[in-house]
Design a protein around this ligand. Structure first.
Ligand SMILES: [Zn+2]
Length: 333
């Protein structure tokens, strides 16, 4: 592969951008030329880099906060307290097993949303900080969870916030796939960590199954990148991390339902309102679930567990999400 280490890192640190070729596009991670596209979605081409195994969008353009406020997958943000009725979150639990507060308590969550993980980390002894570009979510994090150190802003603003440095742990849960410069963000993360500090990242796995049921969620403009374990390791090592560890969250039936429920409910609602609306595409605001639905969630989740074991026993239960952990070395930082 092309120089995935020093040269690329120097370009990022000095603000230089790789120049795309006329016929193809340069991989935003390893800079290999990628001449063939997988598919397209509107103005976006979707390409796969066989060199580092990253799938990426061309152009790499984040659609902005307004898009996410309307996108149906974020409807939960309208009712943050319902999070307490959900099952344990594999991403959060795994991260808190790998990163302990007694090894260093200062933790930053990038893309903190309404602060669900920050509130959990606080109970484990962490001194928590968070940033998200959704002002509405940040307000809820302050009001509903009494989180003090949460701010609104893009990742690029992190280096300008006084006192927000020398972190022991920085987390990005399902954030990287939305960013126009994922490698640049991880380089910034390394600068904000103490030597020996850890970064914990989760991303959707490239070949996961929910796209079969809800394709829009895994393509641009929603997800600009989809990741393999190899691509994650390339990114962390290019950004200067070592002791890289990659884990897979198994596919659960609940994952499939999460991606299936809102399109299904929206379809039914439109069918009742006006059958002609069915020809419309795109995602609008979502219906809210009833209180009855909240009461049956826990027993339903328990009854699904044996089926999940069966699912995971075969190849169908491959990873839904990848979790990567990297450590900032004590030397060369
Ligand atoms: Zn690449």
């Amino acid at each position: 592969m092309p120089d995935a280490g020093g040269t690329r890192l120097k370009m990022i640190l000095t603000g230089q951008q790789p120049q795309p070729s006329v016929s193809g596009a340069l991989c935003p991670l390893c800079e290999a030329e990628v001449p063939h596209q997988v598919t397209s979605r509107g103005q976006f081409r979707v390409l796969f880099c066989s060199n580092c195994q990253l799938q990426f969008s061309s152009p790499m353009e984040n659609p902005g906060a307004d898009f996410y406020q309307e996108f149906y997958l974020y409807a939960d943000r309208d009712d943050a307290h319902r999070a307490s009725g959900r099952g344990p979150d594999w991403r959060f639990q795994t991260c808190l097993k790998l990163c302990r507060a007694d090894a260093g308590p200062k933790l930053l969550d990038i893309g903190c949303a309404d602060g669900e993980f920050l509130a959990l980390a606080r109970t484990q002894g962490f001194d928590v900080f968070g940033i998200d570009f959704d002002e509405r979510a940040v307000q809820k994090a302050r009001r509903l969870r009494q989180l003090e150190h949460v701010m609104t802003g893009p990742c690029e603003s992190l280096k300008c916030i006084e006192g927000w440095t020398e972190f022991d742990v920085i987390t990005l849960f399902d954030v990287l796939e939305h960013l126009s410069s994922p490698l640049g963000t991880i380089v910034t993360v390394r600068e904000l960590l103490k030597p020996g500090g850890k970064v914990c990242i989760t991303v959707p796995r490239l070949d996961r199954y929910p796209r079969v049921f809800d394709e829009a969620a895994d393509f641009p403009p929603h997800h600009l990148t989809l990741w393999t374990a190899h691509a994650l390791a390339v990114m962390l090592r290019t950004a200067g991390f070592d002791e890289v560890r990659i884990m897979e969250k198994p596919l659960l039936l609940q994952d499939l339902w999460k991606h299936l429920k809102w399109p299904t409910l929206r379809y039914i609602r439109k069918l009742k309102a006006n059958p002609r609306d069915l020809i419309e595409s795109g995602h609008s605001s979502s219906p809210k679930p009833s209180r009855v639905a909240g009461l049956v969630k826990k027993p339903l989740r328990m009854s699904l567990q044996p089926l999940n074991w069966v699912l995971q026993a075969g190849s169908l239960g491959r990873g839904h999400t990848l979790l990567a952990l990297g450590t900032k070395p004590f030397s060369g930082s």
